[in-house]
Write a protein that binds this ligand. Structure first.
Ligand SMILES: Cc1cc2nc3c(=O)[nH]c(=O)nc-3n(C[C@H](O)[C@H](O)[C@H](O)COP(=O)(O)O)c2cc1C
Ligand SMILES: [Fe+2]
Ligand SMILES: [Fe+2]
Length: 399
């Protein structure tokens, strides 16, 4: 995608990644893609802010070369050392040997560790500024949004915040980079939530601190390093991130995530009856087969919805493994205070429920109800499952 001027003499350059199948080697993005946004500011001094993953380097450097000679780059601001923003740093350094890298002290240590880069460095701390001529850059230390070295860079005259991972999202850019030109903002909001839960939710306290720190800053455009540039409504993505940070302390939205697994279809039969019971009480229930769905897609529902219904057979004395995995992942990410119900089929002495209770105990999921059934479904057990679903929905609505 050709460079885009976002403000006079300030440009988006970046890589639109539609070929990586797993972000961080873990989270599926083959359908959605992701962008690595980088920015060039031309002034008496030329600066580039954040880079890209080491891919499509000809395109990336070609975009920059349309704006400025690579040799003329004076400063490279590294907000965050993760390789999705620094992969091309060594190549760029070869091409711009006089360039000074601007970063936090912690980032300098990481750049040495990952790339052996240590010369031409300018270390900046919270509140420091760097004059480019007409424009000045200001740096805000925002540790753990997403790594310990992370900072954000602010350009006060146009109010542009280069927030790196903060306020970012999955989703390759679809012909425009701006919120107000985008015809499907819902896609980016959905993918920002999935990105938030997958990548930064673990650091939500730090994200909240960063948002507080920015409260008095006159931000008029949010330019993250993944996803849309929010220029019409920068407050929209800040509000969303704030809301998402706050979920673990709230009861969650009045709706249900139903996560199930089944080897031979018995638990699945109960699942359909349970879902009928819940839906019959007017609650939305999102159903996932844990063995066939990546946790990346289930976690946003677990993050935001009040009710969790787990359907799992007993497997080797424990919870059916794919269900165990997603619940454990939710616990690690910090999904808290959920209302939980569990059902499933077992063969001899069971154990799935006991295992689930142990997993969620530290994160205060409240077990409201359970229904473990020996063997297969019959009309009586199906009726029990439907009643179980209805009871859970009623409890949620009352609570
Ligand atoms: C590999 C395997 C391990 C199992 N381990 C246990 C177990 O430890 N305890 C138990 O009560 N049932 C165990 N079962 C029996 C299942 O829980 C039982 O067949 C159940 O009805 C399966 O439900 P599903 O049709 O939803 O897969 C096991 C079944 C399989 C295939
Ligand atoms: Fe990151
Ligand atoms: Fe990133």
């Amino acid at each position: 995608m050709p460079a885009v001027e976002i403000k006079p003499d300030m440009y988006w350059v970046g890589v639109n990644d539609r070929t990586t199948d797993l972000f961080e080697g873990l989270w599926p993005i083959s359908r959605e893609g992701v962008s690595y946004n980088s920015f060039v500011i031309k002034d008496e001094k030329t600066a580039i802010i954040d880079l890209a993953k080491a891919m499509k380097t000809d395109d990336f450097f070609g975009q920059i070369a349309d704006i400025t000679s690579l040799r003329d780059i004076d400063y490279c601001v590294i907000n965050h050392v993760e390789p999705d923003h620094t992969g091309v740093l060594r190549i760029l350094k070869e091409m711009a040997p006089d360039m000074t890298i601007v970063c936090t002290e912690k980032a300098a240590g990481l750049l040495e560790a990952y790339y052996g880069v240590h010369d031409n460095m300018k270390i900046v701390g919270d509140g420091d500024t760097l004059s480019l001529g007409k424009r000045t850059l200001q740096f805000f230390s925002t540790p753990f949004v997403h790594w310990p070295e992370t900072m954000m860079t602010f350009e006060p005259s146009d109010g542009v915040l280069f927030s790196c991972d903060g306020f970012g999202g999955y989703g390759a850019l679809q012909g425009t980079i701006f919120d107000d030109e985008c015809q499907d903002q819902a896609f980016y909001e959905r993918e920002s939530l999935r990105y938030f839960v997958n990548i930064v939710a673990k650091f939500r306290v730090s994200v909240r601190k960063a948002i507080q720190k920015l409260a008095d800053v006159d931000v008029r455009m949010i330019a993250p390093s993944h996803g849309l540039i929010w220029r019409a409504h920068p407050e929209r993505i800040i509000e969303l991130y704030q809301e998402w940070c706050d979920y673990p302390g709230t009861p969650g939205d009045l709706a249900v995530t139903l996560i199930y697994g089944s080897m031979y279809g018995n638990t699945e039969r109960f699942m359909n009856a349970v879902a009928q019971g819940i839906a019959g009480e007017g609650l939305d229930v999102e159903i996932f087969d844990a063995a066939r769905t990546h946790s990346s897609y289930m976690l946003p529902y677990l993050w935001t919805r009040r009710g969790v219904v787990v359907g799992a057979p007993t497997y080797e004395g424990a919870l059916f493994p794919p269900v165990w995995e997603v619940i454990r992942e939710a616990r690690i990410k910090g999904v808290k205070n959920r209302q939980l119900a569990m059902f499933g089929s077992y063969g001899w002495t069971g154990g799935a429920l006991r295992d689930l209770v142990k997993i969620v105990e530290p994160v205060k999921w409240n077990l409201v109800d359970s229904l473990e059934i020996k063997g297969g479904a019959n009309s009586e057990s199906i009726a029990q499952a439907a009643a179980f679903g209805r009871r859970f929905a009623v409890t949620l609505k009352e609570g």
